[in-house]
Design a protein around this ligand. Structure first.
Ligand code: AHM
Ligand code: MG
Length: 334
């Protein structure tokens, strides 16, 4: 089998859009470079004195890990000097960045990202990930980026993807024409096409939720989880429970094996935990492109109107039939 690298693949796809300028292709290439830099650091995490908390807290009051800060900088530098975006919003920074450089002012896109999701898992050597979302700017080319560029619905995304730093490192992305996955081949330092045209399998039987929160979840969520555990030969129940606590890894497994990931609203946090603009929307775009579904229990994630950069939302994402089943229980109880 011949090997197709990510850059070759992006270039081939670019030829499908004769009027495209190549800016989006270049941006994806910039992101893949940042991903390799982050991957290198993540792999060395156990060897160097870079584990543990940085001693600072981010905008959500969470302790930042050193690798969070490193990954944030790696991505910001890659996209700023690459010059294909006029601004960037990140989980690690309260305010978005508007890059005041001539080549950035002229750029067509903005990017939002969670540089290192699931970072509480770094110390225990569990898979973590990077998530990104790309939007066409709404402000005039030549101006500085403004907040409205970032507060667009998920349905406006032009591309989205994630990188998983697991037993191998993979980059998975969509530009709205299906989902493709690339595995990093360390001997040549290239992402190579390994998972072409990814789709949720028709039958999946995994449910992923932090069951420790069950008593503070709404009844619909509790009923759905009970349903997953019931015995029923026809629907292959009881299902299998799998929860890593690392969104990218949980999502990626469910995309390949079939399943649903849920982070619901709780009594303590009615809006849940996950961030709409750089965690839920990009994964929702990938889920839909792979034949799956993403909702907040009632509404399509990609239709939710964003009001602020770090907005949270409950998330039900994965195989279509399982997300719809969960929604059924929510509706019955609301
Ligand atoms: P983070 O962005 O601070 O890393 O938080 C997001 C992570 C997700 O990766 C994961 O699915 C979830 O938080 C786990 O939360 P919990 O420990 O409450 O189950
Ligand atoms: Mg995160």
């Amino acid at each position: 089998m011949s090997m197709v690298t990510l850059n070759e693949f992006i270039m081939e796809r670019q030829a499908d859009f004769p009027f495209a300028s190549g800016d989006l292709s270049r941006l994806l290439a910039d992101i893949s470079i940042a991903a390799k830099i982050i991957n290198h650091k993540v792999n060395k995490a156990g060897l160097q004195d870079i584990l543990g908390a940085e001693g600072t807290t981010n905008v959500q009051g969470e302790t930042q890990m050193k690798l969070d800060v490193f990954s944030d900088q790696a991505l910001l530098n890659a996209v700023k000097w690459g010059g294909q975006v006029c601004g960037a919003g990140s989980e690690e920074n309260e305010k978005y960045f508007a890059f005041d450089l001539e080549h950035c002012r002229k750029a067509k896109y903005v990017i939002l990202f969670d540089p290192l999701d699931g970072s509480s898992n770094i110390d225990v050597n569990v898979s973590i990930g990077t998530i990104f979302s790309i939007l066409r700017r709404t402000s005039a080319v030549g101006d500085l980026a403004n907040i409205n560029d970032f507060l667009q619905k998920g349905s406006e995304q032009v591309a989205a993807g994630y990188v998983i730093y697991g037993s191998s490192t993979m980059l998975v992305y969509t530009t709205g024409h299906g989902v493709n996955g690339f595995t990093l081949e360390p001997s040549i330092g290239e992402f190579c096409l390994s998972h072409a045209n990814m789709h949720f399998p028709e039958h999946g039987n995994i449910y992923s939720i932090n069951e420790g929160n069950m008593s503070i979840c709404e009844k619909g969520v509790r009923d759905f989880v009970e349903w997953c555990k019931d015995i029923d030969k026809k629907t292959n129940r009881p299902f299998t429970a799998r929860y890593i606590g690392s969104l990218v890894a949980d999502f990626h497994r469910n995309l390949i094996k079939g399943g649903v990931y849920i982070y619901p609203g709780t009594k303590k946090n009615p809006e849940g935990k996950l961030r709409l603009q750089y965690e839920c929307n990009p994964l929702a775009f990938i889920a839909e492109q792979a034949g799956g579904k993403a909702s907040d229990g009632k509404n399509r994630i990609m239709e939710l109107p964003p009001k602020e950069l770090h907005q949270r939302t409950p998330l039900f994402i994965g195989s279509k039939h399982l997300v719809e089943k969960a929604e059924e229980f929510i509706q019955k109880n609301s």
